[in-house]
Design a protein. Structure first.
Length: 366
């Protein structure tokens, strides 16, 4: 009954919230960086990025030469960490504690690498490897601990590391935590082979980033199957306390993009299990949003398509009230990380020549 009452509240709330008229903001480019090819620093394989307290960007790059690249406030790669005393082995994410210490996760070899704020090596912290996600889902909670999902007895639970990484505890996940459940079967193809079962996403079936987690553990999550409704759920709770309803204006998938997606699924299926996938499952319209992000003021930024060739951000406050719309003048590589400062946004974009740029833009409030 409590869950039913919560649903009744959040269904009504968006109707009221949409009555507000959002402001019009814009993004003004501050700088862009293509890395430093002379030092073998490129952003093709950027896997994670965080903004440090001093405003610098910490960019974790995988690939042939994994390294942590520290980008200064002008976009210059001030330092690359990944040789000498520090050698990363297929890292998939990083976090930074309030005291400045940086922790890089290396799940294949089962260890955390602890660095100083400057990137100097401190120590390795081994752990029992259980598997891994493409990008690490660990985060520093406002209680000071480092939380990450791990598998115990076939279920996802939280591993909470102490702030000094000396010990950890295994804690149950909230029964309704949307970040601790498997993807909807409707959104993936599953192929069986002698090597096991492999899942690949159904193109255009769901947003690329449909959940975002705040430092207090709460989440904003798009709700399938249509993802027009985005709800806020407090940490370890089953009662949503705010919701947003997106307009029902589906944007068609361009025929060439649909054809490319069909070819990609066919090739993947044949390469994994020589299977014949059901290509009718690929939608001919985009999901209502592509990604969700949180800025430092805990405002929700929703990356939405408004036509086959244009996108914008819809920005909402922590309470779900509309704040602003922000036209997007550059295509964002949504598979790569996006971070916010107090009045800036940094993201990756790929130029017509295939070069990957890290771009910083000021959020201009007119």
């Amino acid at each position: 009954m409590l869950r039913l009452l919560a649903v009744l509240v959040v269904v009504i709330a968006p109707i009221t919230l949409r009555a507000d008229t959002p402001a019009r903001w814009r993004l003004v480019e501050l700088w862009r960086s293509g890395g430093d090819p002379a030092r073998q620093i490129t952003f093709d394989d950027a896997i994670d990025m965080k903004r440090a307290a001093n405003g610098q960007l910490l960019v974790l790059v995988d690939g042939a030469r994994p390294q942590l690249v520290i980008i200064d406030n002008t976009g210059h790669p001030a330092r690359g960490v990944g040789s000498g005393a520090v050698r990363f082995d297929r890292p998939n994410g990083l976090v930074q504690f309030a005291d400045g210490r940086i922790v890089v996760n290396e799940p294949i070899v089962g260890r955390l690498t602890e660095l100083t704020e400057r990137g100097d090596f401190v120590r390795y912290v081994p752990y029992e490897a259980w598997g891994y996600t493409e990008r690490w889902l660990g985060f520093v909670h406002i209680d000071g601990g480092l939380y990450e999902p791990v598998v115990q007895d076939g279920r996802l639970v939280w591993r909470r590391w102490a702030e000094d990484l000396s010990t950890f505890d295994l804690l149950p996940a909230g029964a309704c935590d949307p970040g601790m459940v498997r993807a909807s079967p409707a959104a993936v193809y599953e192929f069986s082979s002698p090597h096991g079962t492999t899942a690949i996403p159904v193109p255009f079936a769901q947003p690329a980033v449909s959940i975002v987690r705040a430092p207090d553990g709460s989440t904003w999550t798009g709700i399938g199957p249509d993802y027009r409704r985005i709800v806020h759920t407090p940490w370890q709770s089953c009662d949503d306390d705010a919701a947003i309803e997106l307009p029902e204006d589906p944007v068609p998938v361009a025929p060439e993009d649909h054809a490319e997606a069909v070819a990609r699924v066919r090739q993947a299926a044949f390469g994994i299990a020589a299977a014949d996938p059901d290509l009718s499952r690929i939608p001919d319209v985009h999901p209502p949003f592509r990604a969700l992000y949180l800025d430092r003021q805990l405002r929700l930024w929703i990356d939405r398509a408004v036509s086959p060739t244009s996108r914008l951000f819809d920005v909402y406050g922590p309470d779900g009230r509309p704040v602003a719309t922000v036209p997007m003048t550059l295509p964002i590589d949504v598979e790569k990380p996006v971070v916010f400062g107090d009045s800036e946004i940094a993201f990756f974009t790929t130029g017509d020549d295939g070069w990957v740029w890290l771009v910083a833009m000021r959020i201009q409030v007119d």
